[in-house]
Design a protein around this ligand. Structure first.
Ligand code: UT7
Length: 336
């Protein structure tokens, strides 16, 4: 690793499909209510893509904006990293479809399948690739199109009301200065013993002789399954734990952090994490109310939203922290 290189967020982009779906719209599809969803999760609306859009289409919009915002030419990008668990196809990953849509020749394209923690994993990976001197300008994208994979009947109401579609992107570039914009510290974890508490089992090679049968389909095993209460408890514990760890690694305190961008699954989770870490409300930016849970797209979409609200300026210290299926979790501290 070279000590002489740091990773700077040079450009930011985000995209949300135009189609806004309110809790009242969901009341028409399943046995749920605006009151239940708002009270239990804080969510009021989310965006769902059209039938014609694919995950890489959402990623493309966010990427074009991030590249424009960076001031670079698209040809300057030398590596694409996409965090997504709701790809255009089972394989290849969104990163390959995106690379072709961007017209980026034959540069490397890599997928990160770490669900809600994907973007935090991606930040750490991109930082290592830049610090090693191997790559200079990495396009890191979180892109999710969950709405086409949800059970929109009453059977799936405990998960389908939570998710939204969208994409967010950063252009991350080598910064030769020792101080200034950089990834200060990171902390990543996984605990696969809980993989089946939040997952989509099918199609899957663990299902017997075939990855998908009519029976598997009829049982709805191609839809997300979540043990909500277990996930809730672990999310609160692990997100507060990783924030403490990453602050220790950086030898910093939470008071020195200007803004926290937590994963957005449930407003109550983030309120509890904020209480445990004794944060001021003004230190936390939440978007779940209007975007729902956009899985790996959540952190960059939150970053863009906070920037537009005037809450982020150059020199600020931020923490990104996420928890999701796997279980996977982690955090990074950056100076913007
Ligand atoms: O992004 C990855 C990380 N994901 C998360 O962090 C999500 C963590 N979990 C949660 O946020 C919460 O567990 C949920 C919001 C998903 C559910 O809240 P809960 O307070 O744990 O509710 P519950 O699952 O225990 O269900 C309570 C009741 C049940 O009815 P009964 O059995 O008490 O009669 C459910 O059937 O609420 C019912 N219910 C609903 N009612 C109306 C579940 N979903 C709905 C719904 N509308 N959408």
């Amino acid at each position: 690793m070279s000590d002489a290189l740091n990773t700077k967020i040079l450009g930011v982009g985000g995209y949300l499909p135009e189609n806004k779906v309110t809790n009242f719209d969901l009341e028409e599809m399943m046995d749920t209510s605006d009151e239940w969803i708002k009270q239990r999760t804080g969510i009021e609306s989310r965006h769902w893509a059209t039938d014609e859009q694919s995950t890489s289409d959402l990623a493309l919009e966010a990427s074009i904006e991030a590249i424009q915002n960076s001031g670079l030419k698209k040809e300057d990008i030398d590596f694409i990293l996409v965090a997504s668990c709701s790809g255009d196809a089972d394989f290849p990953g969104v990163s390959c479809f995106l690379q072709a849509k961007l017209g980026l020749g034959t540069i490397a394209a890599l997928e990160i399948k770490q669900q809600c923690s994907g973007f935090v994993y991606g930040m750490t990976l991109a930082d290592s690739l830049i610090k090693s001197g191997l790559y200079k300008n990495i396009l890191l994208v979180g892109a999710e199109l969950q709405s086409k994979g949800l059970d929109k009947t009453s059977r799936g109401r405990n998960t389908s009301v939570l998710f939204g579609d969208g994409a967010g992107a950063f252009v991350l570039s080598a910064n030769p200065e020792l101080d200034g914009p950089r990834v200060i510290a990171s902390d990543l974890h996984a605990d696969g013993r809980h993989a089946e508490e939040l997952w989509i089992p099918a199609p899957g090679c663990a299902l017997g002789s075939s990855r998908m049968t009519q029976e598997i389909f009829d049982q709805g095993m191609h839809f997300p399954y979540m043990n909500g209460k277990v996930v809730f408890v672990h999310a609160v514990k692990r997100m507060s734990e990783t924030v403490r760890t990453v602050l220790d690694k950086a030898k910093m305190t939470s008071k020195e952090i200007d803004l926290f961008l937590f994963h957005q699954a449930n407003l109550r989770i983030n309120q509890k994490v904020g209480e445990m870490l004794e944060l001021d409300d003004a230190q936390v930016h939440n978007t779940v109310q209007k975007f729902g849970n956009t899985t790996a797209a959540t952190i960059p979409l939150g970053f863009k939203d906070a920037m537009e609200a005037g809450k982020i300026k150059r020199g600020d210290k931020l923490i990104f922290a996420a928890f999701g299926s796997g279980f996977t979790w982690g955090s990074v501290i950056i100076e913007y």
